[in-house]
Ligand binder design. Structure first.
Ligand code: MRU
Length: 336
């Protein structure tokens, strides 16, 4: 089952693997309108920066198809595209995918769709490339031995079109028989680690353990981890990287015990318009994500929360950024 696909029936629609329902059930969600797609993005039915890039481009294809069959005005089209572009602010890939697809709009729906499908294909290729580059780099740095990898959030096939970024490196190492074990942070509050990463690792037959986010520093200080691999939602020119909330704590802990901390992301996640991480907009999410669990209250009624979806790890804590093009040694001052 693909994370995201285009279906030709009924004038064309987007089919998603609904990530809200994993690991309980692998259910498809048919998205037939821009409103449904925005809802799916905001509720994390589809999520992860590279997958959002493809979803954004396919969303513009959906808009192009509907606009043609329902004779939308120019204003309606502009409004729909900008609402989609702004559905989530932190991952630069969403705006990137929307903008590239929008560039094909005057050539008609088929041209927009062709571009979106090409981005999906390119994403799959770039993940394989990152996997190879990241695995080679780790072997060069740590020697050819079985590795114990800590990861945070979900950076696998579910966060891309297939294979994954940081988890793509893990898959590549596993195919070379160089994975001892993966430590998957559960990733509060939405549990992308325990629900999604563990699901992918189990399917791939890669040994793993889930740990509460609060145990990551302890695992690092106990000498259980050889390297940390995470993804990114937006990377500034100096290497500062936004990723799922909790990534910063892991990075600081890793740097204290000199464990390599790698950010693995495609070039499309690099925002060369911004010099440093202070320019990255962080999405804040609802109180209920923190105060309830599976629909049950786990905090006193009316509790306020602090619930940023992402944090920014300064480049000084990042050993290297691995993209589909090369390894940037950002801790040593190499810019992207
Ligand atoms: O809120 P999410 O689940 O979309 O957050 C996703 C992440 O933070 C991922 O680590 C990031 O997008 C990289 S995915 C390859």
């Amino acid at each position: 089952m693909r994370t995201i696909a285009w279906r030709e029936e009924n004038g064309g629609f987007i089919q998603l693997l609904d990530q809200r329902r994993l690991p309980e059930s692998a259910t498809q969600l048919d998205v037939t309108s821009n409103e449904e797609l925005i809802n799916a993005i905001q509720n994390l039915a589809v999520r992860g920066a590279p997958a959002l890039g493809v979803a954004g481009a396919l969303g513009v294809a959906l808009i192009a198809h509907r606009a043609e069959s329902e004779s939308w005005s120019k204003d309606d089209i502009e409004r729909a595209i900008s609402q989609l572009r702004e559905a989530r602010p932190t991952a630069v890939n969403l705006a990137w995918g929307v903008d590239l697809a929008k560039g094909q709009f005057t050539n008609g729906p088929a041209a927009v769709l062709k571009l979106a499908l090409k981005l999906a294909e390119d994403d799959a290729k770039s993940c394989r490339e990152m996997g190879r580059i990241g695995a080679d780099y780790l072997i060069e740095k740590l020697g050819k031995k079985k590795l114990r990898i800590l990861t945070h959030c979900n950076t696998g096939a579910l966060a891309t079109t297939e294979w994954g970024t940081a988890l793509g490196v893990v898959r590549e190492l596993h195919s070379r028989k160089l994975i001892e074990e993966v430590f998957a942070d559960e990733t509060r509050p939405l549990l992308q680690g325990s629900r999604l990463t563990a699901w992918e690792l189990a399917q791939a037959g890669i040994p793993y353990r889930i740990l509460p986010d609060g145990a990551a520093a302890s695992a690092l200080f106990s000498g259980l981890i050889d390297a940390v691999l995470i993804g990114a939602d937006r990377i500034a020119r100096n290497g500062d990287s936004a990723n799922k909330i909790g990534s910063l704590s892991v990075a600081v802990a890793a740097s204290q015990v000199a464990v390599p901390f790698l950010v693995v992301a495609p070039e499309s996640t690099v925002d060369r318009n911004i010099e440093s991480g202070e320019h990255i907009e962080i999405e804040f999410r609802s109180d209920s994500e923190v105060t309830t669990f599976a629909g049950v209250n786990i905090a006193p009624a009316g509790s306020e929360t602090y619930n940023p979806a992402f944090d920014v790890t300064p480049a000084r804590y990042i050993t290297a950024v691995v993209t589909d093009k090369k390894v940037y040694r950002v801790k040593d001052g190499e810019a992207l």
